[in-house]
Design a protein. Structure first.
Length: 194
């Protein structure tokens, strides 16, 4: 997949990228609203996330980078492949992750303040979220293709579309996730001190 093909693919992805952003934003807004309205539930949710994050705590930075990279790569690849189920899984993935980020950001900003909370997300989050949005957009696009095939509104072949998706994942998304994981393990941890 050369540069021209990648640009053309990104143009095809544009409406699905917009949809990804909408699903994620709805999730974030819902997460913030729930955390604000039901603080006990938010605290319980925050404790669950803290428990999950403890599996990464104490790892040497190179191993932490590998763990973050593998976690994000597997989930993003799953969002692409499971998009073949008419796009339902990537949409749910976006909403759920939006809710998680909304709750975590709300709780963090309450205890640490807004700027330290942003500092904990922004250095790696820009690339990581962009990569995830690209992956979920591909999943939504594949889901749209499957739905059109089921409704007999298109005769486009699924296998070549999946092949293009996987090439784009390998060439564009994987490097973005790798750089984001390195930034998170080495830069973000240094900035926030944990």
């Amino acid at each position: 997949m050369n540069r021209h093909q990648r640009r053309a693919y990104l143009r095809e992805l544009r409406p699905f990228l917009i949809a990804s952003l909408i699903f994620f934003t709805v999730g974030v807004a819902f997460g913030v609203a729930v955390a604000n309205r039901f603080p006990g539930m938010a605290d319980h949710f925050g404790d669950s996330i803290t428990g999950f994050l403890k599996t990464f705590r104490g790892l040497p930075k190179p191993q932490l980078a590998v763990a973050i990279f593998l976690n994000n790569s597997v989930k993003t690849l799953a969002a692409i492949l499971l998009g073949l189920a008419m796009g339902i899984v990537p949409a749910l993935f976006l909403v759920v992750n939006g809710v998680v980020l909304g709750v975590v950001f709300f709780l963090s900003s309450q205890s640490r303040g807004v700027w330290p909370s942003l500092l904990a997300i922004l250095p790696h989050g820009v690339l990581e979220l962009a990569a995830v949005f690209l992956g979920t957009a591909i999943g939504l696009m594949l889901g749209d293709l499957v739905l059109k095939r089921v409704l007999r509104k298109s005769d486009a072949k699924i296998r070549p579309a999946l092949g293009r998706a996987l090439r784009f994942f390998a060439i564009v998304i994987v490097p973005m996730l790798l750089i984001a994981a390195l930034i998170e393990a080495f830069v973000t941890t240094a900035l926030i001190g944990t």
